[in-house]
Design a binder for this molecule. Structure first.
Ligand SMILES: [Fe+2]
Ligand SMILES: [Fe+2]
Length: 217
């Protein structure tokens, strides 16, 4: 008996892993596999039923990261998704959108809302993020292949807090505070580069900060 509500399991995920390995550089695949491991650890703590979907989303999240800007623009235009003002300067965010766009046709087995939305929002975040979107976003930030100081600091903050020993409520608070730190780090890095900040990132951050300011637990 398969208790999962998903139609895909180990065999499909193994085939997907094989497929994406052939579509990206070894370095990118190393990161992708590390995100799959990290999101599995996170989902074990927060939503074990979603492990299959989050593993699939991790494998698919960067499938278009190595496409050039022209290809991203063509895919977005074909899907009727215009860029918002200034987004043409935020090239690093394109791949989340184009990867999500490719899933229905190229990976129909994994075409479900949980997978597609986690992929779609893994780079910028958004206001009203679902738990699964949050977990892929965080896994992408703190996977073990990351050695950038902010990533190492955030990974330590999250795991040194021993979330596995927390109550369900405290564990969610810990996740929220970790996400706020990640958005702050991302925005600080973008500010230091004089880069565009996605409105979705600012909205995602402010929504979580507001919960803290209102003192709600
Ligand atoms: Fe990405
Ligand atoms: Fe990534």
């Amino acid at each position: 008996m398969n208790p999962s509500r998903y139609t895909f399991g180990e065999a499909e995920l193994a085939a997907l892993r094989e497929s994406v390995m052939g579509e990206m550089s070894p370095k990118r695949f190393h990161h992708t596999a590390a995100v799959e491991d990290m999101v599995t650890r996170l989902a074990t703590l927060y939503c074990p039923d979603e492990i299959p979907a989050l593993r699939a989303a991790a494998l698919l999240h960067d499938i278009t990261k190595e496409y050039d800007v022209r290809t991203h623009m063509a895919l977005l235009a074909a899907a009727g998704q215009p860029l918002r003002k200034g987004e043409e300067y935020a090239h690093k965010t394109f791949h989340a959108r184009t990867a999500a766009l490719l899933i229905p046709d190229n990976y129909p087995v994994f075409n479900c809302e949980t997978v597609v939305s986690a992929v779609r929002w893994h780079t910028t975040g958004r206001e009203g993020m679902t738990l699964t979107e949050q977990l892929l976003y965080l896994a992408d930030y703190i996977d073990e292949s990351r050695i950038f100081p902010d990533c190492v600091r955030l990974r330590s903050y999250f795991w040194d807090g021993s979330p596995e020993r927390m109550t369900v409520e405290d564990r969610l608070i810990h996740l929220r505070r970790t996400l706020i730190m990640s958005f702050d780090m991302t925005m600080r890095a973008l500010l230091s580069e004089g880069a565009i900040i996605s409105a979705d990132t600012a909205l995602a951050r402010n929504e979580l900060v507001l919960v803290e300011l209102n003192g709600r637990r």
